[in-house]
Design a protein around this ligand. Structure first.
Ligand code: BYC
Length: 469
Protein backbone atom coordinates (compact mmCIF):
# COMPACT_ATOMS: atom_id res chain seq x y z
CA UNK A 1 0.00 0.00 0.00
CA UNK A 2 1.36 3.43 -0.83
CA UNK A 3 0.55 6.11 1.65
CA UNK A 4 0.25 9.70 0.62
CA UNK A 5 2.21 11.16 3.52
CA UNK A 6 1.54 14.81 2.92
CA UNK A 7 -2.20 13.98 2.92
CA UNK A 8 -2.22 11.75 5.99
CA UNK A 9 0.51 13.43 8.00
CA UNK A 10 0.82 17.01 6.77
CA UNK A 11 4.46 17.93 7.27
CA UNK A 12 7.35 20.07 6.21
CA UNK A 13 10.06 17.61 7.26
CA UNK A 14 10.31 15.76 3.95
CA UNK A 15 8.57 12.70 5.35
CA UNK A 16 7.73 11.35 1.89
CA UNK A 17 11.45 10.80 1.19
CA UNK A 18 12.61 9.58 4.58
CA UNK A 19 12.09 5.82 4.80
CA UNK A 20 13.49 5.40 8.30
CA UNK A 21 11.25 8.07 9.73
CA UNK A 22 8.25 6.66 7.84
CA UNK A 23 8.82 3.21 9.33
CA UNK A 24 9.11 4.60 12.86
CA UNK A 25 5.99 6.72 12.53
CA UNK A 26 3.97 3.97 10.84
CA UNK A 27 4.70 1.79 13.81
CA UNK A 28 3.84 4.49 16.34
CA UNK A 29 0.75 6.01 14.69
CA UNK A 30 -1.66 3.07 15.33
CA UNK A 31 -0.58 3.08 18.98
CA UNK A 32 -1.23 6.79 19.17
CA UNK A 33 -4.73 6.27 17.71
CA UNK A 34 -5.44 3.47 20.18
CA UNK A 35 -4.29 5.76 22.98
CA UNK A 36 -6.47 8.60 21.65
CA UNK A 37 -9.53 6.31 21.54
CA UNK A 38 -8.96 5.07 25.06
CA UNK A 39 -7.59 8.15 26.83
CA UNK A 40 -8.68 11.08 24.63
CA UNK A 41 -12.07 12.87 24.76
CA UNK A 42 -14.48 10.23 25.99
CA UNK A 43 -17.47 9.39 23.82
CA UNK A 44 -17.11 12.07 21.12
CA UNK A 45 -15.38 10.10 18.35
CA UNK A 46 -18.34 10.49 15.99
CA UNK A 47 -19.03 14.18 16.62
CA UNK A 48 -18.26 16.73 13.90
CA UNK A 49 -16.14 19.41 15.51
CA UNK A 50 -15.33 22.81 13.99
CA UNK A 51 -11.56 22.57 14.33
CA UNK A 52 -8.49 24.45 13.25
CA UNK A 53 -5.92 22.18 11.62
CA UNK A 54 -2.35 23.09 10.79
CA UNK A 55 -1.63 22.05 7.19
CA UNK A 56 1.42 24.25 6.58
CA UNK A 57 3.66 26.74 8.37
CA UNK A 58 2.84 29.83 6.34
CA UNK A 59 0.12 32.36 7.18
CA UNK A 60 -2.56 30.47 5.17
CA UNK A 61 -1.56 26.98 6.15
CA UNK A 62 -1.34 27.01 9.90
CA UNK A 63 -5.02 27.64 10.59
CA UNK A 64 -7.37 25.81 8.27
CA UNK A 65 -10.91 25.57 9.73
CA UNK A 66 -13.60 22.97 9.10
CA UNK A 67 -15.80 20.24 10.60
CA UNK A 68 -13.71 17.17 11.50
CA UNK A 69 -14.27 13.98 13.48
CA UNK A 70 -11.47 13.99 16.04
CA UNK A 71 -9.98 10.58 15.23
CA UNK A 72 -9.63 11.86 11.63
CA UNK A 73 -7.80 15.02 12.69
CA UNK A 74 -4.57 15.27 10.73
CA UNK A 75 -1.83 15.46 13.32
CA UNK A 76 0.93 17.04 11.29
CA UNK A 77 4.64 17.58 11.86
CA UNK A 78 5.81 21.13 11.41
CA UNK A 79 8.97 23.05 12.04
CA UNK A 80 8.95 26.83 11.80
CA UNK A 81 10.90 28.10 8.77
CA UNK A 82 14.67 27.95 9.31
CA UNK A 83 16.58 31.13 10.08
CA UNK A 84 19.46 31.32 7.61
CA UNK A 85 22.92 30.94 9.21
CA UNK A 86 21.42 30.81 12.69
CA UNK A 87 24.05 30.87 15.42
CA UNK A 88 23.87 29.71 19.03
CA UNK A 89 22.45 32.48 21.18
CA UNK A 90 23.65 31.62 24.71
CA UNK A 91 25.92 29.48 26.87
CA UNK A 92 29.42 28.13 26.29
CA UNK A 93 28.95 27.70 22.52
CA UNK A 94 27.65 31.21 21.96
CA UNK A 95 28.16 32.47 18.40
CA UNK A 96 28.90 29.07 16.85
CA UNK A 97 26.58 27.69 14.11
CA UNK A 98 23.38 26.11 15.48
CA UNK A 99 23.40 22.29 15.47
CA UNK A 100 21.35 20.32 12.96
CA UNK A 101 22.17 17.06 14.78
CA UNK A 102 22.39 16.34 18.50
CA UNK A 103 26.01 16.34 19.70
CA UNK A 104 26.78 12.92 21.23
CA UNK A 105 27.93 14.35 24.57
CA UNK A 106 24.58 16.11 25.15
CA UNK A 107 22.36 13.40 23.81
CA UNK A 108 20.91 12.16 27.08
CA UNK A 109 20.34 15.69 28.37
CA UNK A 110 18.45 16.63 25.21
CA UNK A 111 16.48 13.41 25.30
CA UNK A 112 15.47 13.96 28.92
CA UNK A 113 14.16 17.45 28.21
CA UNK A 114 12.30 16.44 25.02
CA UNK A 115 10.73 13.50 26.87
CA UNK A 116 9.68 15.77 29.77
CA UNK A 117 8.12 18.23 27.33
CA UNK A 118 6.47 15.41 25.34
CA UNK A 119 5.09 13.79 28.47
CA UNK A 120 3.00 16.83 29.41
CA UNK A 121 1.08 16.85 26.13
CA UNK A 122 -0.79 13.52 26.29
CA UNK A 123 -0.99 13.98 30.07
CA UNK A 124 -3.20 17.04 29.67
CA UNK A 125 -5.49 15.20 27.23
CA UNK A 126 -5.83 12.40 29.80
CA UNK A 127 -6.61 14.89 32.55
CA UNK A 128 -9.48 16.27 30.45
CA UNK A 129 -10.77 12.87 29.33
CA UNK A 130 -14.29 13.27 30.76
CA UNK A 131 -14.78 17.03 30.66
CA UNK A 132 -16.77 17.02 27.42
CA UNK A 133 -19.71 15.43 29.22
CA UNK A 134 -20.27 18.52 31.35
CA UNK A 135 -19.58 21.29 28.82
CA UNK A 136 -21.18 24.66 29.61
CA UNK A 137 -21.83 25.31 25.88
CA UNK A 138 -21.01 24.00 22.40
CA UNK A 139 -18.56 26.92 22.03
CA UNK A 140 -16.63 25.71 25.09
CA UNK A 141 -16.86 22.09 24.02
CA UNK A 142 -15.23 22.99 20.72
CA UNK A 143 -12.46 24.91 22.49
CA UNK A 144 -11.78 21.93 24.76
CA UNK A 145 -11.45 19.66 21.73
CA UNK A 146 -9.27 22.19 19.89
CA UNK A 147 -6.91 22.26 22.84
CA UNK A 148 -6.96 18.44 23.04
CA UNK A 149 -6.14 17.80 19.37
CA UNK A 150 -3.35 20.38 19.48
CA UNK A 151 -1.83 18.80 22.59
CA UNK A 152 -1.97 15.58 20.57
CA UNK A 153 -0.10 17.34 17.77
CA UNK A 154 2.48 18.65 20.24
CA UNK A 155 3.05 15.06 21.29
CA UNK A 156 3.65 14.23 17.62
CA UNK A 157 6.11 17.12 17.44
CA UNK A 158 8.22 15.64 20.27
CA UNK A 159 7.86 12.09 18.92
CA UNK A 160 9.14 13.31 15.56
CA UNK A 161 12.30 14.65 17.27
CA UNK A 162 12.76 11.38 19.18
CA UNK A 163 12.30 9.29 16.04
CA UNK A 164 14.37 11.46 13.75
CA UNK A 165 17.31 12.16 16.06
CA UNK A 166 17.55 9.59 18.87
CA UNK A 167 17.48 6.21 17.12
CA UNK A 168 16.36 3.20 19.10
CA UNK A 169 16.34 5.03 22.47
CA UNK A 170 14.11 7.64 20.90
CA UNK A 171 11.66 5.01 19.62
CA UNK A 172 11.51 3.43 23.06
CA UNK A 173 10.89 6.78 24.71
CA UNK A 174 8.11 7.48 22.19
CA UNK A 175 6.39 4.25 23.27
CA UNK A 176 6.76 5.19 26.92
CA UNK A 177 5.02 8.51 26.25
CA UNK A 178 1.88 6.46 25.57
CA UNK A 179 2.46 4.06 28.48
CA UNK A 180 2.64 6.55 31.38
CA UNK A 181 -0.74 7.96 32.36
CA UNK A 182 -1.91 10.96 34.31
CA UNK A 183 -2.57 10.01 37.94
CA UNK A 184 -1.53 6.36 37.42
CA UNK A 185 -0.18 4.98 40.71
CA UNK A 186 2.42 2.78 39.02
CA UNK A 187 3.30 4.82 35.93
CA UNK A 188 2.39 8.44 36.51
CA UNK A 189 3.25 11.38 34.27
CA UNK A 190 6.64 12.96 35.00
CA UNK A 191 5.68 16.39 36.37
CA UNK A 192 3.36 16.90 39.36
CA UNK A 193 0.69 19.20 37.88
CA UNK A 194 0.01 16.73 35.08
CA UNK A 195 -1.18 14.12 37.57
CA UNK A 196 -3.79 16.42 39.12
CA UNK A 197 -7.36 15.66 38.10
CA UNK A 198 -9.22 18.25 35.99
CA UNK A 199 -12.76 17.21 36.64
CA UNK A 200 -14.59 20.52 36.40
CA UNK A 201 -14.45 23.44 33.96
CA UNK A 202 -13.22 25.99 36.48
CA UNK A 203 -10.14 23.81 36.88
CA UNK A 204 -9.87 23.55 33.09
CA UNK A 205 -9.88 27.35 32.72
CA UNK A 206 -7.33 27.71 35.54
CA UNK A 207 -5.17 25.00 33.96
CA UNK A 208 -5.24 26.66 30.54
CA UNK A 209 -4.46 30.03 32.12
CA UNK A 210 -1.68 28.98 34.51
CA UNK A 211 -0.32 25.65 33.28
CA UNK A 212 -0.43 26.35 29.56
CA UNK A 213 1.43 29.56 30.41
CA UNK A 214 4.23 27.43 31.87
CA UNK A 215 4.10 25.73 28.46
CA UNK A 216 4.58 29.12 26.81
CA UNK A 217 7.68 29.86 28.90
CA UNK A 218 9.22 26.39 28.56
CA UNK A 219 8.61 26.36 24.80
CA UNK A 220 10.08 29.84 24.48
CA UNK A 221 13.20 28.70 26.31
CA UNK A 222 13.47 25.60 24.08
CA UNK A 223 12.86 27.79 21.02
CA UNK A 224 16.26 29.32 21.87
CA UNK A 225 17.96 25.91 21.83
CA UNK A 226 21.20 25.35 19.92
CA UNK A 227 19.66 22.16 18.49
CA UNK A 228 17.89 23.80 15.57
CA UNK A 229 15.14 21.18 14.90
CA UNK A 230 14.05 21.50 18.56
CA UNK A 231 14.10 25.30 18.37
CA UNK A 232 12.05 25.34 15.15
CA UNK A 233 9.54 22.75 16.44
CA UNK A 234 8.93 24.79 19.59
CA UNK A 235 8.60 28.05 17.66
CA UNK A 236 5.77 26.53 15.66
CA UNK A 237 4.09 25.03 18.75
CA UNK A 238 3.96 28.51 20.30
CA UNK A 239 1.57 29.69 17.56
CA UNK A 240 -0.99 27.13 18.78
CA UNK A 241 -0.28 27.66 22.48
CA UNK A 242 -1.63 31.23 22.32
CA UNK A 243 -5.18 29.94 21.79
CA UNK A 244 -4.94 27.69 24.85
CA UNK A 245 -4.07 30.63 27.08
CA UNK A 246 -6.86 32.64 25.45
CA UNK A 247 -9.30 29.88 26.48
CA UNK A 248 -7.99 30.19 30.06
CA UNK A 249 -7.99 33.95 30.33
CA UNK A 250 -11.40 34.47 28.74
CA UNK A 251 -12.78 31.41 30.55
CA UNK A 252 -11.90 32.72 34.02
CA UNK A 253 -13.00 36.22 32.92
CA UNK A 254 -16.43 34.88 31.87
CA UNK A 255 -16.87 33.04 35.19
CA UNK A 256 -16.02 36.26 37.06
CA UNK A 257 -18.40 38.23 34.84
CA UNK A 258 -21.31 35.90 35.55
CA UNK A 259 -20.58 35.97 39.30
CA UNK A 260 -20.59 39.78 39.24
CA UNK A 261 -23.94 39.80 37.42
CA UNK A 262 -25.41 37.60 40.14
CA UNK A 263 -23.81 39.71 42.90
CA UNK A 264 -25.38 42.83 41.40
CA UNK A 265 -28.75 41.19 40.91
CA UNK A 266 -28.84 39.96 44.50
CA UNK A 267 -27.13 43.05 45.92
CA UNK A 268 -24.77 40.93 48.01
CA UNK A 269 -21.32 39.34 47.99
CA UNK A 270 -22.43 36.59 50.37
CA UNK A 271 -20.98 33.32 48.97
CA UNK A 272 -23.93 31.29 50.25
CA UNK A 273 -26.45 33.47 48.40
CA UNK A 274 -24.33 33.50 45.23
CA UNK A 275 -23.96 29.74 45.28
CA UNK A 276 -27.69 29.29 45.82
CA UNK A 277 -28.16 31.30 42.66
CA UNK A 278 -25.93 28.88 40.72
CA UNK A 279 -22.81 31.05 40.34
CA UNK A 280 -19.29 30.62 41.75
CA UNK A 281 -18.43 33.10 44.52
CA UNK A 282 -15.18 35.06 44.13
CA UNK A 283 -13.45 33.51 47.20
CA UNK A 284 -13.91 30.06 45.62
CA UNK A 285 -12.41 31.34 42.35
CA UNK A 286 -9.47 32.66 44.44
CA UNK A 287 -8.97 29.23 46.04
CA UNK A 288 -8.89 27.50 42.64
CA UNK A 289 -6.40 30.10 41.49
CA UNK A 290 -4.21 29.49 44.55
CA UNK A 291 -4.12 25.79 43.76
CA UNK A 292 -3.34 25.91 40.03
CA UNK A 293 -0.92 28.84 40.25
CA UNK A 294 1.20 27.26 42.99
CA UNK A 295 1.17 23.86 41.30
CA UNK A 296 2.29 25.51 38.05
CA UNK A 297 5.11 27.35 39.88
CA UNK A 298 6.51 23.92 40.75
CA UNK A 299 6.84 23.14 37.02
CA UNK A 300 9.86 25.43 36.79
CA UNK A 301 11.92 23.13 39.05
CA UNK A 302 14.10 24.08 42.03
CA UNK A 303 15.36 27.61 42.62
CA UNK A 304 18.94 26.36 42.59
CA UNK A 305 19.50 23.67 39.97
CA UNK A 306 22.69 22.21 38.56
CA UNK A 307 20.56 20.67 35.78
CA UNK A 308 19.37 24.13 34.77
CA UNK A 309 22.96 25.45 34.89
CA UNK A 310 24.29 22.70 32.63
CA UNK A 311 21.30 23.00 30.25
CA UNK A 312 22.17 26.68 29.86
CA UNK A 313 25.94 26.14 29.59
CA UNK A 314 25.51 23.41 26.97
CA UNK A 315 23.11 25.41 24.84
CA UNK A 316 20.18 23.05 25.45
CA UNK A 317 17.71 25.47 27.01
CA UNK A 318 18.03 29.26 27.07
CA UNK A 319 15.92 31.92 28.71
CA UNK A 320 12.60 32.91 27.09
CA UNK A 321 13.33 35.75 24.63
CA UNK A 322 17.07 35.41 25.21
CA UNK A 323 17.56 38.43 22.92
CA UNK A 324 16.24 40.77 25.64
CA UNK A 325 19.37 40.17 27.78
CA UNK A 326 22.83 41.67 27.27
CA UNK A 327 24.94 38.91 28.73
CA UNK A 328 24.28 35.55 27.03
CA UNK A 329 27.12 33.69 28.69
CA UNK A 330 26.18 34.35 32.33
CA UNK A 331 29.32 32.67 33.63
CA UNK A 332 30.36 35.50 35.94
CA UNK A 333 26.96 36.81 37.04
CA UNK A 334 25.21 36.05 40.30
CA UNK A 335 21.57 36.08 41.39
CA UNK A 336 20.06 36.91 44.76
CA UNK A 337 17.51 34.38 45.93
CA UNK A 338 15.04 34.40 48.78
CA UNK A 339 15.21 31.15 50.73
CA UNK A 340 13.61 30.14 54.03
CA UNK A 341 17.07 30.69 55.58
CA UNK A 342 17.30 34.26 54.23
CA UNK A 343 18.93 35.83 51.20
CA UNK A 344 21.35 33.66 49.26
CA UNK A 345 23.66 34.66 46.41
CA UNK A 346 24.07 31.95 43.78
CA UNK A 347 25.58 31.81 40.30
CA UNK A 348 23.11 33.04 37.68
CA UNK A 349 23.39 29.83 35.68
CA UNK A 350 22.25 27.85 38.71
CA UNK A 351 19.28 30.20 39.15
CA UNK A 352 17.88 29.90 35.61
CA UNK A 353 14.72 28.11 36.81
CA UNK A 354 14.07 31.02 39.16
CA UNK A 355 14.74 33.60 36.42
CA UNK A 356 12.07 31.91 34.30
CA UNK A 357 9.64 31.54 37.18
CA UNK A 358 9.94 35.26 37.93
CA UNK A 359 9.09 36.26 34.33
CA UNK A 360 6.22 33.77 34.39
CA UNK A 361 4.76 35.33 37.54
CA UNK A 362 4.84 38.76 35.89
CA UNK A 363 2.96 37.35 32.90
CA UNK A 364 0.36 35.72 35.17
CA UNK A 365 -0.33 39.12 36.78
CA UNK A 366 -1.70 40.54 33.52
CA UNK A 367 -4.90 38.47 33.48
CA UNK A 368 -5.44 38.92 37.20
CA UNK A 369 -5.33 42.70 36.69
CA UNK A 370 -7.97 42.40 33.95
CA UNK A 371 -10.27 40.28 36.13
CA UNK A 372 -9.86 42.79 38.97
CA UNK A 373 -10.80 45.64 36.61
CA UNK A 374 -14.05 43.80 35.92
CA UNK A 375 -14.70 43.51 39.66
CA UNK A 376 -13.80 47.15 40.28
CA UNK A 377 -16.04 48.35 37.43
CA UNK A 378 -18.92 46.37 38.89
CA UNK A 379 -18.40 48.35 42.11
CA UNK A 380 -17.18 45.59 44.44
CA UNK A 381 -14.24 45.74 46.88
CA UNK A 382 -13.02 42.15 46.50
CA UNK A 383 -9.73 41.67 44.62
CA UNK A 384 -8.21 38.46 43.29
CA UNK A 385 -4.47 38.06 43.95
CA UNK A 386 -1.71 35.64 43.05
CA UNK A 387 -0.45 34.01 46.24
CA UNK A 388 3.20 34.30 47.27
CA UNK A 389 5.59 31.87 45.52
CA UNK A 390 6.52 30.65 49.01
CA UNK A 391 3.00 29.34 49.60
CA UNK A 392 1.88 25.70 49.08
CA UNK A 393 4.97 24.52 47.22
CA UNK A 394 5.91 20.92 46.43
CA UNK A 395 9.22 21.55 44.63
CA UNK A 396 12.22 23.62 45.68
CA UNK A 397 13.35 25.55 48.73
CA UNK A 398 9.86 26.28 50.11
CA UNK A 399 8.67 22.67 50.34
CA UNK A 400 7.48 21.92 53.87
CA UNK A 401 7.72 25.56 54.93
CA UNK A 402 4.26 26.46 56.19
CA UNK A 403 3.23 29.99 55.12
CA UNK A 404 -0.03 31.84 54.54
CA UNK A 405 -0.90 32.91 50.95
CA UNK A 406 0.97 36.20 51.54
CA UNK A 407 4.12 34.18 52.28
CA UNK A 408 4.32 34.87 56.04
CA UNK A 409 5.71 31.97 58.07
CA UNK A 410 3.09 30.29 60.28
CA UNK A 411 3.06 27.18 62.44
CA UNK A 412 2.40 23.77 60.93
CA UNK A 413 -0.81 23.42 63.02
CA UNK A 414 -2.13 26.76 61.80
CA UNK A 415 -1.28 25.84 58.20
CA UNK A 416 -3.08 22.50 58.38
CA UNK A 417 -6.10 24.15 59.97
CA UNK A 418 -6.33 27.05 57.50
CA UNK A 419 -5.36 25.35 54.23
CA UNK A 420 -8.95 24.29 53.34
CA UNK A 421 -9.82 28.00 53.29
CA UNK A 422 -6.92 28.78 50.94
CA UNK A 423 -7.14 25.98 48.38
CA UNK A 424 -10.34 24.26 47.18
CA UNK A 425 -11.87 22.19 50.00
CA UNK A 426 -13.85 19.00 49.41
CA UNK A 427 -17.06 20.98 49.78
CA UNK A 428 -15.86 23.61 47.23
CA UNK A 429 -15.13 20.84 44.75
CA UNK A 430 -18.47 19.17 45.38
CA UNK A 431 -20.26 22.48 44.88
CA UNK A 432 -18.40 23.37 41.67
CA UNK A 433 -19.01 19.87 40.34
CA UNK A 434 -22.72 20.21 41.10
CA UNK A 435 -22.86 23.14 38.65
CA UNK A 436 -21.30 21.14 35.84
CA UNK A 437 -24.42 20.26 33.89
CA UNK A 438 -24.08 19.73 30.17
CA UNK A 439 -25.51 22.48 27.93
CA UNK A 440 -25.55 21.60 24.22
CA UNK A 441 -28.18 23.82 22.64
CA UNK A 442 -26.35 26.13 20.18
CA UNK A 443 -25.84 29.59 21.71
CA UNK A 444 -26.99 28.57 25.22
CA UNK A 445 -24.63 28.87 28.23
CA UNK A 446 -24.61 27.23 31.65
CA UNK A 447 -25.73 29.59 34.42
CA UNK A 448 -22.29 29.90 36.07
CA UNK A 449 -20.46 31.37 33.07
CA UNK A 450 -21.14 34.40 30.85
CA UNK A 451 -21.18 34.00 27.05
CA UNK A 452 -17.98 34.90 25.18
CA UNK A 453 -17.75 38.27 23.44
CA UNK A 454 -17.39 36.63 20.04
CA UNK A 455 -17.40 33.24 18.36
CA UNK A 456 -14.61 31.34 16.59
CA UNK A 457 -13.18 32.52 13.26
CA UNK A 458 -15.82 35.25 12.84
CA UNK A 459 -18.72 32.83 13.30
CA UNK A 460 -21.53 33.73 15.71
CA UNK A 461 -21.43 32.47 19.31
CA UNK A 462 -24.62 30.52 18.54
CA UNK A 463 -22.98 28.54 15.71
CA UNK A 464 -23.26 24.77 16.13
CA UNK A 465 -19.52 24.27 16.81
CA UNK A 466 -19.95 20.60 17.63
CA UNK A 467 -22.51 18.45 15.85
CA UNK A 468 -23.28 15.60 18.18
CA UNK A 469 -24.68 12.28 16.99
N1 BYC B 1 7.16 17.67 39.34
O1 BYC B 1 16.95 20.54 39.14
P1 BYC B 1 15.45 20.47 39.18
C1 BYC B 1 3.38 22.31 28.70
C2 BYC B 1 12.20 17.00 38.74
S1 BYC B 1 4.08 22.73 30.20
C3 BYC B 1 7.90 16.53 39.40
O2 BYC B 1 14.74 21.12 40.28
P2 BYC B 1 15.32 20.81 36.40
C4 BYC B 1 1.93 22.05 28.68
C5 BYC B 1 13.11 17.17 37.53
O3 BYC B 1 12.51 16.59 36.36
C6 BYC B 1 5.82 22.78 29.89
N2 BYC B 1 9.23 16.51 39.21
O4 BYC B 1 14.85 21.06 37.88
C7 BYC B 1 1.05 22.77 29.46
C8 BYC B 1 14.35 16.46 38.01
O5 BYC B 1 14.14 15.05 37.89
P3 BYC B 1 15.32 14.05 37.45
C9 BYC B 1 6.52 21.42 30.05
C10 BYC B 1 9.86 17.68 39.00
O6 BYC B 1 15.99 19.52 36.18
C11 BYC B 1 -0.30 22.48 29.44
C12 BYC B 1 14.39 16.77 39.50
O7 BYC B 1 13.05 17.13 39.86
N3 BYC B 1 7.82 21.49 29.51
O8 BYC B 1 4.05 22.24 27.72
O9 BYC B 1 15.97 22.07 35.98
C13 BYC B 1 -0.79 21.46 28.63
C14 BYC B 1 15.33 17.91 39.85
O10 BYC B 1 14.98 18.97 39.05
C15 BYC B 1 9.17 18.90 38.93
C16 BYC B 1 8.94 21.45 30.28
O11 BYC B 1 8.91 21.38 31.47
C17 BYC B 1 7.75 18.86 39.12
N4 BYC B 1 7.00 19.98 39.06
O12 BYC B 1 13.86 20.61 35.74
C18 BYC B 1 0.09 20.73 27.86
C19 BYC B 1 10.25 21.53 29.52
N5 BYC B 1 10.06 19.88 38.69
O13 BYC B 1 15.60 14.37 36.00
C20 BYC B 1 1.45 21.02 27.86
C21 BYC B 1 11.17 20.37 29.76
C22 BYC B 1 11.26 19.30 38.62
O14 BYC B 1 16.45 14.37 38.37
N6 BYC B 1 11.61 20.23 31.14
N7 BYC B 1 11.15 17.99 38.78
O15 BYC B 1 14.68 12.69 37.62
C23 BYC B 1 12.55 21.00 31.73
O16 BYC B 1 13.01 21.94 31.14
C24 BYC B 1 13.01 20.70 33.09
O17 BYC B 1 13.06 19.34 33.20
C25 BYC B 1 12.15 21.33 34.25
C26 BYC B 1 13.02 21.66 35.44
C27 BYC B 1 11.48 22.61 33.82
C28 BYC B 1 11.08 20.34 34.65
Amino acid sequence: MTINYSERIPNNVNLANDRTLQRALEHWQPRFLDWWKEMGPHDFAEADVYLRTAVGVDAQGWASYGAVKMPDYRWGIFLAEPIADRTIGFGDYYGQPAWQQVPGEFRSQFRRIIVTQGDTEPASVEQQHLLGHTCPSLYDLRNLFQVNVEEGRHLWAMVYLLHAHFGRDGREEAEELLARHSGDVDKPRILGTFNEPISDWLSFFMFTYFTDRDGKFQLKSLAESSFDPLARTCRFMLTEEAHHMFVGETGVGRVVKRTLEVMKELGTDDPVAIRKHGAIDLPTIQRYMNFWFTSSLDLFGSEVSSNAASSFANGIKGRPDEGQYEDHICAEMSYELETPQGKEIVSLRNAMNEVMRTSYIRDCEIGVKRWNMQIQRAGFEFRLALPSPRFHRSIGAWVNVPTDPQGNAISREEYDRLLPGWTPSESDRTFVKSLMQRVIEPGKMAGWVAPPDRGINNLPVAYEYVRLV
